[in-house]
Design a protein around this ligand. Structure first.
Ligand code: NI
Length: 140
């Protein structure tokens, strides 16, 4: 049977700040740019979740996309949307709020629930601005 990849797009808005407490404001600005603003700032993130599986012989679908959407909402968006990533999000505790770390943390949130849906998690893609995105494929 063919294995087909299918992707769901979701969006969330959240505040964050990237800075190291052991660096000066100048060092932080030089490395993290506007994302080091001491009084926080926000992004309108776009999240793409790709799963794969065999199309059902009954429906021809890889999975129920509304079920996948509900799962992403429950395990990811409800925790992130309109929150402060550095202060409010349990699964980001102790990690810098870079897009890289967000993609890895979102993968960890979704891997088991997606498996329970009967498909495999393939890619978590997080877009912070329209010019940059990060992908995580579960590799270590
Ligand atoms: Ni930022």
């Amino acid at each position: 049977m063919p294995i087909v990849h299918i992707t769901r797009r979701e969006r969330f808005s959240a505040a964050h700040k990237l800075s190291r407490a052991d660096w000066t404001p100048e060092q932080n600005y030089a490395t993290f740019g506007k994302c080091s603003n001491p009084n926080w700032h926000g992004h309108n993130y776009v999240l793409w979740v790709t799963v794969s599986g065999e199309p059902s012989t009954e429906t021809s679908f890889v999975t129920d996309l509304s079920a996948l959407s509900r799962l992403i909402k429950e395990h990811v968006l409800d925790h992130l949307d309109h929150k402060n990533i550095d202060l409010d999000v349990p699964f980001m505790k102790g990690r810098y709020s870079s897009t890289e770390n967000l993609a890895v943390a979102i993968w960890e949130q979704l891997e088991a629930p997606v498996k329970a849906l009967g498909v495999s998690l393939r890619t978590v893609k997080v877009e912070e601005t329209e010019n940059n995105y990060v992908e995580y494929h579960g590799e270590r």
